[in-house]
Design a binder for this molecule. Structure first.
Ligand SMILES: Nc1nc2c(c(=O)[nH]1)N[C@H]1C(S)=C(S)[C@@H](COP(=O)(O)OP(=O)(O)OC[C@H]3O[C@@H](n4cnc5c(=O)[nH]c(N)nc54)[C@H](O)[C@@H]3O)O[C@H]1N2
Ligand SMILES: Nc1nc2c(c(=O)[nH]1)N[C@H]1C(S)=C(S)[C@@H](COP(=O)(O)OP(=O)(O)OC[C@H]3O[C@@H](n4cnc5c(=O)[nH]c(N)nc54)[C@H](O)[C@@H]3O)O[C@H]1N2
Ligand code: SF4
Ligand SMILES: [Mo]
Length: 719
């Protein structure tokens, strides 16, 4: 009895349509859905492994509760009773801030999390909320918030129409695109060149994207803000600006850019001044161009400044909101910037973290200070931690310290699909369904898509475990003091009533639906295309809502109703960059700086337990330039020790001219040989955890975002 179903892959930001063949409950084939309106048949090896994920014998299918030091299978009732028994006294005695929450990256790819995390957080009522955002894109949220009035009002490159793309710190050929939902990024990039356009990549590594570009510039890690400011400087100095309408702060930006001459930036970045001038001139001359910066620019010491400057350049070259430039998507549901305009000043740093005084952003505190908040006694100390779809013991800086801190908690509850490097330390682990067992809609990612689309995925297999929204509501009820056996359906009715009120609708319009289906139906109805969930259900390959359209000034939510080119909060950080000018000299002591790199067959830390994704030669290697290898006397394949302030790892070397001298690159998400983890396949290909080296004290002060690029390290032969 075979059947075919069509789903959207929820593993990364590309939202590919997949065709899944099922034989009973068995997944027999996964391939790209050729009829998908957006991805048109494209898929990557991870999407192809959804069957392997679903059938992975190590995947968690029942709750676990720690008894006599060991995680043992338990019923759902037992698990919630245990959480209630241990959480309630902590909240009673120490208050709500004693509960910390960490939301991991899959939360952004999970409809239950997108719709119900908010409810859970509200019920817990803690300020100690952390997420993967502050080890990732928080700087971009801040620049978008301050410039355009919305943290998700992030302009995306109009890939399918641009004629010139300047890419900094992104490798979409491996990552499949980020803050730029674009299935088959490779095909879309190829098409730019085929229509006579140009792609320029700036990266300390000759990445796969760089290989497929017209031009690649090595840049010293962490220095993108200097380069971008110098481009702004040249645009003004040579009269090449063509600012878009609805702009405030142009003159201030011109003034701020003055010290950042190409010569000064050349020294900092190691890109020659004449090349910087040429980059600026070509950007200005292109009929339509877009600047796009991603994780190489955000997980850096000047991450917010770099994120801001990307859009400053888009705005002053006339490319912001222009076809073929950097545009604002118009999503079908849930988009704050297409709802009723309630302009208000974008606020961040409304409070600061207790121990290090790091700024709040989007209601969260920086993950780089999570260990401080667990370890440091006093009022507000975290004593209980919830992780939802997160693996912070691998994914966040100074992982060794965080793992130790987690060990001293009074209670640790994890909602996850594996017992891994983090969740193996939990007192209670609650499993979630697999992507084939749950409905899906990319609420967040369609707000960042290079084309307006909407695509609904029903659950295609019955699951062994409750839907995550049910588990979240049950957790929320426990946190709210309603005990372990709350009426989840009644709670959900309240949630729906609130969403309906926000949408100006009667919840009854959604009929008999409950859970995410009901909420999605409401949000779609309230959205700009006035769709219903039934419309989407009738279109298994998605609904194409057309190419991006100009949205200025309607998209803006700033108090002025204009693009704030020089927001006060960001401008205040420019002196720090100016002071670093001239000091960002090459590593004097012959020392190195560490950067990361994503790999096509990895998904951050959590898919190395699937044989199709880890087979072949060891991928967790350190890249070293031949000149450095010679100096250190290490050969290709030999081991080096890499040491930072926080720790050391030993790792095999790949000697390659594709990395800049003085830079070493180690992929993150490895280091699977941890006691207690239940990852049979991953443990046989463990690699090392690069976040043993990442220093939690290094942050972008404006956003509190962790620095992963440009970490000072020492490298020596381990022979
Ligand atoms: N050195 C360095 N560190 C980095 C980065 C880097 O470039 N360099 N990148 C950073 C970035 S961009 C990110 S986003 C973070 C990611 O940081 P995290 O989100 O903390 O880590 P992930 O590896 O994505 O782990 C996801 C966890 O969710 C679980 N999971 C997967 N699917 C589901 C699901 O549907 N439900 C539930 N409940 N659980 C699920 C997995 O088993 C795993 O435990 O890492 C950051 N860390
Ligand atoms: N296959 C795969 N896809 C993924 C993921 C994955 O783990 N594997 N993770 C997903 C997640 S959570 C995210 S956030 C996205 C990220 O998506 P991308 O931002 O495209 O991520 P990377 O592929 O790491 O590309 C970052 C590039 O920045 C370069 N870089 C490092 N430091 C600097 C610097 O200082 N300046 C500049 N200009 N470049 C620098 C690196 O060499 C690297 O080539 O990918 C997502 N997609
Ligand atoms: S590119 Fe991303 S969305 Fe597409 S198949 Fe691969 S993991 Fe899934
Ligand atoms: Mo990420």
């Amino acid at each position: 009895m075979t059947a075919t179903a069509h789903i959207t892959c929820p593993l990364c930001e590309a939202t590919c349509g997949l065709e899944v063949t099922l034989d009973g409950g068995e997944v027999t084939r996964v391939r790209g859905d050729a009829e998908d309106v957006f991805s048109k048949g494209f898929l990557c090896p991870k999407g192809g492994s959804l069957g392997a994920l679903h059938h992975d014998p190590d995947r968690l299918r029942t709750p676990l509760v720690r008894r006599d030091g060991k995680l043992e299978p338990a019923t759902w009732d037992e698990a919630f009773e245990e959480i209630d028994r241990r959480l309630s006294p902590i909240i009673e005695q120490h208050g709500r801030d004693a509960v910390g929450v960490y939301l991991g990256n899959p939360s952004a790819h999970n409809l239950s999390a997108q719709l119900y995390n908010r409810v859970l957080l509200k019920s817990i009522g803690t300020r100690n909320v952390f997420s993967a955002s502050s080890v990732d894109q928080m700087p971009k949220h801040l620049s978008a918030g301050h410039m355009f009035g919305g943290a998700l009002s992030i302009p995306v490159p109009d890939l399918d129409r641009t004629m010139h793309l300047l890419v900094l710190g992104a490798n979409p050929l491996a990552s499949n695109g980020s803050l730029m939902t674009a299935p088959d990024a490779r095909g879309r990039l190829r098409a730019i060149r085929e229509r006579g356009g140009k792609i320029v990549v700036v990266d300390p590594r000759r990445s796969r994207t760089a290989e497929h570009a017209d031009e690649h510039h090595f840049i010293r890690p962490g220095t993108d803000a200097f380069l971008l400011f110098a481009i702004v400087h040249v645009l003004f100095a040579e009269g090449l600006t063509e600012p878009v309408d609805h702009l405030d702060g142009l003159e201030e930006v011109e003034r701020l850019a003055e010290p950042f001459t190409p010569e000064a930036a050349a020294e900092a970045t190691s890109i020659p001044a004449e090349e910087i001038r040429r980059m600026a001139r070509e950007l200005a001359a292109a009929p339509k161009a877009a600047v796009y910066g991603r994780i190489g620019t955000t997980t850096a010491a000047f991450g917010t400044l770099a994120s801001w400057l990307v859009d400053v350049i888009n705005a002053i070259t006339g490319n912001l909101d222009r076809e073929g430039g950097a545009m604002f998507p118009l999503a079908a549901a849930g988009q704050a910037n297409s709802g009723p305009a309630k302009p208000r000043r974008f606020a961040h740093a409304r409070w600061t973290s207790r121990v290090r005084g790091l700024p709040e952003a989007l209601g969260e505190l920086p993950t780089a200070t999570l260990a401080d908040e667990i370890e440091t006694p006093g009022e507000g100390q975290i004593r209980a931690l919830f992780t939802l779809a997160g693996n912070p013991c691998v994914s966040t800086p100074n992982a060794t310290r965080l793992a130790k801190a987690i060990g001293q908690l009074d209670l640790f509850v994890a909602l996850d699909v594996y017992v891994n490097e983090t969740t193996s330390r939990a007192d209670v682990v609650l499993p979630g369904p697999t992507p084939l067992e749950r409905p899906h809609y990319d609420l967040a990612l369609y707000q960042l898509a290079v084309r307006n689309v909407a695509n609904w995925t029903p659950a295609i297999l019955d699951g062994d475990v409750p839907q995550e929204w049910q588990t979240m509501l049950r957790l929320a009820a426990v946190a709210a003091g309603q005990g372990p056996h709350a009426d989840v359906a009644a709670f959900d009715d309240l949630v729906a009533a609130e969403v309906a009120r926000g949408a100006g609708l009667d919840p009854a319009v959604a009929g008999e639906r409950t859970g995410p289906e009901r909420l999605m139906d409401l949000l779609l109805r309230a959205g700009p295309y006035e769709l219903t969930l039934a419309n989407l259900e009738a279109a298994p390959h998605g609904i194409d809502l057309g190419p991006l359209k100009p949205r200025l000034p309607e998209v803006l939510r700033t108090p002025s109703g204009r693009v704030e080119l020089a927001p006060e909060a960001i401008v205040a950080d420019v002196p720090r960059l100016r002071e670093a000018l001239g000091k960002a000299a090459p590593n004097g002591n012959g020392g190195f700086v560490l950067i990361g790199r994503r790999q096509l067959r990895s998904n951050n830390s959590w898919m190395h337990n699937l044989t199709p994704l880890v087979k072949g030669k060891d991928r967790c290697t350190a890249w070293l330039n031949p000149a450095d290898a010679e100096r250190l006397n290490v050969a290709d394949g030999a081991s080096v020790s890499v040491r930072s302030r926080t720790g050391a790892v030993e790792i095999p070397v790949e000697v390659t001219p594709d990395i800049m001298p003085g830079v070493v690159s180690i992929p993150h998400g490895w280091g699977h040989d941890v006691d207690g983890a239940r990852l049979t396949v991953a443990a046989a290909h463990p690699g090392v955890n690069s976040n043993i080296l990442a220093d939690e004290m290094l942050v972008d002060p404006l956003s509190g975002n962790a620095v992963f690029n440009g970490i000072p390290v020492e490298v020596a032969s381990a022979g």
